[in-house]
Design a binder for this molecule. Structure first.
Ligand code: ZN
Length: 334
């Protein structure tokens, strides 16, 4: 079962998820929803967050001006914890002695019985089938029967790494949404609307950072940090200054941004060593970039990229800051 730890936090929603959510939420709101949606791509936690957030929008008492549900009211929490009468989440189950967890035909048949009863607390019956690729063939055929004569007000969310993992007959009855990385331009446009007070150059830089690390969305103070992170990039990569704590901000969020920028700078060096025409995400000053490129080998650039990416990931999962930095310093000082 996937962890629900981050689901009731709206700030975890990525730009890619938000785009899919807008479609799903407006279809539920306008009562034009299809009977089945496939949500494919990205990671399992992202797919589940997307489906649960859409489902919450059908019951939430505090829909925000961004049209997203609050994820905090009693009704949202019931959905997230899987306790809502009308909104159910189905996970594969593993039988003892069997190697693989499955979603079985009986589970789907039970959904069918359930779906024909009128929803009790909201307008919809919503069934989220997590890891729907783990429905065996009989289960998928049972689902197909429901989709051929769908009970009114019923919506299935079928979550899978790729729709190719489901029977084509099931796919043909569903609308498919693909989660994935958002383009720099899409992110820039979202930022421009949200932060009209920040200059276009800064927002463009922030959008580039976010497009590399799709799971994050930067807030205003983090975006402002993106600019100051450039000094750290120049001193470490171009001027060969050793990385020490004095170059890094104290606050965890700002530290996270600087580390993402550093990872992206190492990425710039690595890709341009392979392809001199590659698009750069961080370096804008040619002189600084030439210096940095001459200072670092391809292998080293990759090592540094990995060290910063690992630190960024660990910072997001509430790791201990000083131990994360200690590990990072050891890896980049080699
Ligand atoms: Zn709510």
């Amino acid at each position: 079962m996937l962890s629900d730890a981050n689901i009731n936090n709206k700030s975890e929603i990525s730009a890619g998820e938000e785009r899919v959510l807008k479609d799903l939420i407006s279809a539920l709101k306008n009562k034009t929803a299809a009977h089945a949606y496939i949500i494919e791509g990205s990671g399992g936690a992202s797919r589940l967050r997307c489906a649960q957030t859409a489902a919450c929008s059908a019951v939430c008492r505090n829909i925000g001006t961004d049209l997203l549900p609050c994820m905090k009211c009693t009704d949202c929490l019931k959905v997230i914890s899987g306790e809502h009468t009308d909104i159910k989440i189905i996970y594969p189950e593993k039988e003892s002695g069997k190697a693989r967890a499955e979603i079985k035909v009986d589970t789907v048949r039970n959904l069918r019985k359930d779906a024909y009863i009128m929803p009790a607390e909201c307008d919809w019956h919503i069934y989220i089938i997590s890891e729907s690729e783990k429905m065996n063939v009989n289960a998928q055929n049972a689902l197909l029967k429901i989709l051929e004569e769908p009970p009114e007000n019923t919506v299935f969310f079928l979550l899978a790494p790729s729709k190719e993992l489901l029977l084509p007959t099931v796919v043909s009855r569903a609308q498919c949404h693909t989660l994935g990385k958002s383009s720099t331009e899409e992110i820039y446009n979202i930022y421009k609307e949200k932060f009209p007070g920040i200059t276009a150059d800064t927002l463009k830089r922030a959008a580039k950072i976010q497009s590399i690390f799709d799971k994050i969305e930067l807030d205003e103070s983090e975006i402002k940090t993106v600019n100051s992170a450039y000094d750290t990039v120049r001193s470490f990569f171009s001027e060969k200054q050793p990385l020490t704590e004095e170059y890094l901000p104290q606050g965890k969020d700002e530290l996270f941004t600087v580390i993402c920028v550093m990872a992206a700078a190492a990425r710039d060096i690595a890709v341009s060593k392979k392809d001199s025409g590659a698009e750069l995400f961080i370096f804008e000053n040619e002189k600084d970039f030439e210096k940095a490129k001459n200072n670092i080998s391809l292998r080293r650039a990759i090592e540094i990229y990995e060290a910063f990416s690992r630190a960024a990931e660990r910072l997001q999962t509430a790791g201990n800051v000083s131990s994360i930095l200690a590990e990072l310093f050891t890896s980049v000082r080699k």
